[in-house]
Design a protein around this ligand. Structure first.
Ligand code: PDD
Length: 286
């Protein structure tokens, strides 16, 4: 059955949804996005994603084509129309389609931003990797300098996943000036002597909505949290490691550049945080 998607104010079967070949998202990666997860047919942390979207748009001087409350309704409508129990909603806003290719931004008054949303049905709570853990490799972080803005410039992260796949791993952690920034599409953490260590916020990483929730839950559960950079060598000596994202929730990492962590099974802190995150999200999704 084909999905119903949302394109510039219309709900359409996916085969009928079209964007212009002049769309700046397509030509220049001049677009921002959000991925919001769905649990039990409800949205996890919509307000957090909406706030980050507003910030991304603001940083790029891009007009928002939709009021946040209307956007919430579009999300809910897509969940209903596609009967999504668990999965994600992808949202992309681009600087619209001028009638030619021009590096100069078009006037937002005459060229409105374009907006696309679609659903992805996926088992999130029962993801098989939660039981086995992920293997990651390290790669150099050669992305641009504003990774705090959630743009669709995802070629390098996509290449990173392919490098991991080729190496027999699941994902890559990116390293800049000797320190881990983040995963290709997730934030990275290690655990040593009960302390949870994850890179501090800045322009070098995306400010994960899941990261914010997980660190809040960890602190509420009296766990020690250190927001600072760490190296791959430190990560390889850690007791455990994990990643977070809207689509992975909390996912254990059991191997880094071929070095097995602990006994090679998902660690207790990652497992506990995953349980807490799923439980809290079920309670607060709306
Ligand atoms: N990725 N860092 C990067 C580079 C990301 O692309 C993501 C999310 C995160 C985690 O952010 P959040 O917790 O808000 O999902 C961190 C999404 C899921 C994606 O591209 O599919």
């Amino acid at each position: 059955m084909s999905r119903i998607v949302y394109v510039n104010g219309e709900y359409l079967p996916e085969e009928e949804a079209k964007v212009s070949i002049f769309d700046r998202g397509f030509l220049f990666a001049d677009a921002v996005y959000e991925v919001t997860s769905v649990l039990g047919g409800k949205l996890i942390d919509f307000d957090g994603h909406a706030a980050r979207l507003q910030r991304s748009l603001g940083e790029l001087d891009m007009a928002n084509p939709i009021e946040i409350e209307d956007l919430r309704q579009v999300h809910r409508e897509l969940v209903t129309r596609n009967d999504i129990d668990e999965g994600m909603i992808y949202l992309q806003i681009s600087r619209g389609a001028d009638n030619d290719r021009d590096f100069v931004f078009p006037d937002a008054e005459t060229v409105p931003s374009s907006i696309v949303l679609f659903t992805q049905s996926k088992p999130l709570t029962q993801a098989p990797a939660a039981k086995t853990g992920l293997k990651v490799i390290s790669i150099e972080d050669i992305r641009w300098g504003r990774r705090d803005i959630k743009t669709v410039q995802l070629l390098y992260p996509s290449m990173g996943k392919m490098m991991a796949k080729k190496a027999g791993a699941d994902d890559a952690w990116m390293v800049e000036d000797g320190e881990v920034t983040e995963g290709t599409s997730n934030n990275a953490y290690i655990v040593k002597d009960g302390r949870i260590i994850t890179r501090h916020l800045g322009r070098e990483i995306l400010h994960g909505i899941t990261r914010a929730a997980v660190l809040r839950f960890a602190r509420e559960a009296q766990m020690q949290v250190e927001e600072r950079a760490f190296t791959i060598e430190e990560a390889q000596q850690a007791d455990e490691a994990f990643i977070t994202s809207a689509s992975a929730f909390v996912m254990p990492v059991v191997e880094i550049d071929g070095k097995t962590l602990g006994d090679g099974a998902p660690g207790p802190v990652a497992q506990r945080l995953r349980e807490i995150y799923i439980e809290e999200s079920r309670n607060t999704a709306s």
